[in-house]
Unconditional design. Structure first.
Length: 105
């Protein structure tokens, strides 16, 4: 008996990355070790307990509506709550999704 495959393939991740904008990616040679995508930057508190991401203006969905912090929060919350794919739950687990204060644009 073979175990049930419960995760995306490498090709699925490449497709998703090409189709959807990433918040940011690790870039060791970049400023602060990050290359921003959908985000234009992140403010980090001195004690590292809070992070304030700033959305890049003008990022739009295919229907023309503008991406907002509310959309990002919704996506992370949905991944944490509903995804059977552990790779997505792991990403969402890095955020305290009960306390954010999104601002609509």
């Amino acid at each position: 008996m073979f175990p049930l495959f419960d995760g995306p393939s490498a090709l699925d991740l490449v497709r998703a990355r090409a189709r959807h904008g990433a918040l940011d990616t690790l870039e060791p040679s970049g400023p602060d070790g990050v290359r921003y995508g959908v985000l234009k930057g992140i403010d980090i508190s001195d004690d590292l307990s809070t992070y304030t991401p700033h959305m890049r203006p003008g990022v739009r969905f295919a229907d023309g509506s503008e991406l907002s912090s509310v959309d990002i929060l919704h996506s992370l919350t949905a991944l944490a709550a509903k995804s059977r794919l552990s790779v997505y739950r792991l990403v969402a687990a890095n955020f305290d999704l009960a306390r954010p204060k999104p601002t609509a644009t």
